[in-house]
Design a protein around this ligand. Structure first.
Ligand code: HEM
Ligand code: HEM
Length: 583
């Protein structure tokens, strides 16, 4: 019979351990007690020796000890420097020593700087742009949220107007043309005249442009939901008359900006204006290429589609936001941009490479192989402007990192810059033939779209809006809701994108293996789509907070502030005195 060692039985091992524990604890206690007893014995012996020594002290030795006692007991009176005068802070150097007005759950961030003089009419125009943009962000991402839910619950509704195929372009076009574009143009209405040091050429034109762009997004969304669209070309699903409204809106604002820059009183055209003006010029080229009817057939249309998609994101959104960053970052850090020439290098390298890379959307398609290779090489070349731009921004931050913890706007800038680097280089990695083979038809592209359009563009725009609006209106957003907006958006984005990237890689590899059915790859994605819906919900919540913060920053009613500091109290008294003549 097989003899079994009982000490290998888990029950025995656990029992032995249970017995060993009190034995070990008891042994430790015994050692501690014995040590204490020995110590006590040694100390008692020393005390007896000491008593003998004290008994034998001579009068001279006692006098010496008393002298030393007096020396050690000497204390300063604590007014050696100030004298007996009553303390008074006649220069007002010390303030708010012990007053805590509210519970401090969050660190108090710095308030925005006192506002410079800005023409009230221009302020109103900019706020209209940003207000409309905020509306489209809420609308567009509510649709996005619903689409994300549809991946988890596909049968949630059966209305044609709310079908996935119709709502998807409603989401992408609303966030592209309604939210990001209006926010960018609105911010440019502040930056262009400011860096040109002249008033804006025409405020009326600004309103016309705003109305046209809003009309385009309203009509476009209704048409898409009704099933009226431009076919399958992504991001150009609006029919041409609708998109023409958007194009005219941009043209008239571009003309307005040209006129303003032409009248500038500065010698140089600041780099921000290079970027912003070029982005607007490129948008018109892109729109004409995308909608011109003569090449909208066959393979030519596919090449145009690739060109359009990537020029849209790269030469419109990215170029425009970089221009805004070149203004807002130095202004927020209160120092000049690290290198003006690096900014110009990044500008030209972006123009050279970005315009070549459209075909990387259709690797392994029927498009000529050499054209695909050009796009891959251009995608690798994009490393130059991305590294140059990121270096320029991070070096501008150098020496001012401490400002990050005290500011509620700078974290948005930093996240935008980090995603600019990582999101763009992720794009370079996606363009290579092998990786594209794995990822192309999967949700990896959707993760990349959100890491870039959301991580870069939205974070930058939020940072700029939180910087500018308090300066325009003199009203700060509540810092706790700005913090909550930041963290919900960031955590939501990470929940949205990382599981999608992981699941999509597994899915792509599964397809390449070729042994499993398609539906199995759909089942594989189910948990990752759930994560997307969870992440999307956090992002959506963050947008509600952003809208609330925006409302607080612009609301017309003045907050009732009861003065507390002596300066404020005296000022209030003075104001009251001047108001009532009886005083
Ligand atoms: C170095 C820069 C970049 C490179 C090389 C790059 C590369 C790529 C590639 C290869 C794809 C196609 C993936 C596929 O379909 O297989 C793609 C898609 C996409 N990229 Fe980028 N990307 C870059 C930066 C950006 C930026 C800055 C943005 C946005 C601001 C952006 C937004 C998008 C979007 C929205 C798509 C999805 C297009 C679609 O619906 O098919 N990318 N990118
Ligand atoms: C609450 C936040 C958001 C949610 C829940 C969301 C959700 C979605 C969903 C479900 C899709 C369809 C993906 C598919 O067809 O597989 C999508 C596509 C897209 N969304 Fe969003 N989205 C959000 C915010 C945004 C924002 C703010 C932007 C841009 C500013 C944006 C840009 C895009 C783009 C470019 C696509 C097309 C992706 C591609 O084809 O690769 N999204 N979004």
């Amino acid at each position: 019979m097989e003899t079994k060692n009982i000490f290998s039985e888990s029950g025995i091992i656990i029992t032995l351990l249970l017995i060993a524990i009190p034995i070990i604890v008891a042994s430790i206690l015994v050692i501690i007690k014995a040590y204490a007893a020995i110590n006590q014995f040694i100390k008692r012996k020393r005390l007896n020796e000491f008593n003998e020594y004290v008994k034998g002290l001579t009068p001279a030795e006692i006098e010496k000890l008393e002298q030393r006692k007096r020396e050690l007991e000497f204390v300063l009176s604590n007014n050696e420097l100030s004298g007996e005068a009553t303390p008074i802070d006649s220069k007002g150097l010390i303030d708010h020593i012990s007053d805590v007005e509210s519970l401090r759950f969050i660190e108090q961030k710095k308030k925005s700087l006192p506002r410079p003089y800005i023409e009230p009419k221009l302020t109103k125009l900019i706020l209209w742009y940003l207000g409309c943009a905020t509306f489209w962000l809420l609308f567009g991402t509510t649709v996005g949220e619903y689409l994300g839910i549809k991946f988890v619950a596909p049968d949630v509704d059966h209305f044609s107007w709310l079908s996935f195929g119709r709502l998807r372009p409603v989401h992408t076009n609303a966030v592209f043309w309604g939210w990001a574009s209006l926010a960018m143009i609105g911010l440019a209405y502040y930056v262009i005249p400011r860096v040109s040091n002249v008033p804006i050429a025409s405020i009326k034109t600004g309103y016309r442009s705003l109305v046209l762009i809003n009309a385009s997004v309203i009509l476009g969304s209704i048409c898409l939901m009704a099933g009226i669209n431009n076919g399958g070309g992504e991001y150009r699903e609006y029919i041409w008359p609708v998109m023409a409204l958007f194009g005219i809106g941009v043209i008239i604002s571009l003309r307005n900006f040209f006129k303003t820059i032409a009248k500038r009183t500065t010698k140089e055209i600041y780099v921000s204006n290079w970027y912003i003006i070029s982005a607007m010029m490129f948008l018109l080229v892109i729109a004409v290429v995308a909608y011109w009817p003569s090449w909208q057939t066959g393979l030519g249309e596919t090449i145009v589609q690739g060109y359009y998609m990537h020029q849209g994101v790269g030469m419109w959104f990215m170029l425009f936001n970089l221009g805004l960053m070149y203004y807002f970052l130095p202004q927020q850090l209160n120092k000049p941009i690290y290198s003006y020439s690096l900014g110009i290098l990044a500008f030209w390298a972006q123009i050279l490479f970005y315009t070549l890379i459209g075909t990387h959307h259709f690797i392994f398609s029927a498009i000529p192989w050499w054209l695909q290779t050009v796009a891959i090489v251009g995608s690798a070349g994009m490393i130059i402007p991305v590294v140059a731009g990121t270096t320029n921004f991070l070096m501008t931050f150098k020496g001012s990192w401490h400002k990050l913890s005290g500011s509620y706007t700078l974290p948005f800038y930093l996240i935008g810059i980090i995603f600019y680097f990582t999101g763009s280089l992720q794009g370079t990695a996606e363009a290579f033939r092998f990786t594209n083979l794995v990822w192309h038809f999967t949700d990896f592209t959707v993760a990349h779209s959100h890491l870039t359009m959301y991580g870069i563009i939205c974070f930058m725009l939020w940072g700029f809006i939180y910087t500018l609006v308090p300066r325009l209106t003199g009203k700060e957003p509540p810092q706790i809701t700005v913090g909550a907006h930041f963290w919900l958006a960031l955590i939501g984005l990470l929940f949205y994108t990382f599981p999608l990237m992981y699941g999509s890689t597994l899915r792509g590899l599964m397809w390449m293996e070729g042994t499993k059915s398609f539906i199995e790859s759909v089942e594989l994605m189910a948990p990752y789509w759930l994560w997307r819906a969870i992440g999307g919900s956090l992002m959506w919540l963050s947008h509600i907070l952003f809208a609330y913060n925006f409302y607080v920053m612009v609301k017309r009613k003045e907050e009732i502030i009861i003065p507390t500091s002596p300066i404020e109290i005296l000022k209030a008294k003075q104001e009251l005195n001047t108001q009532s003549p009886t005083h």
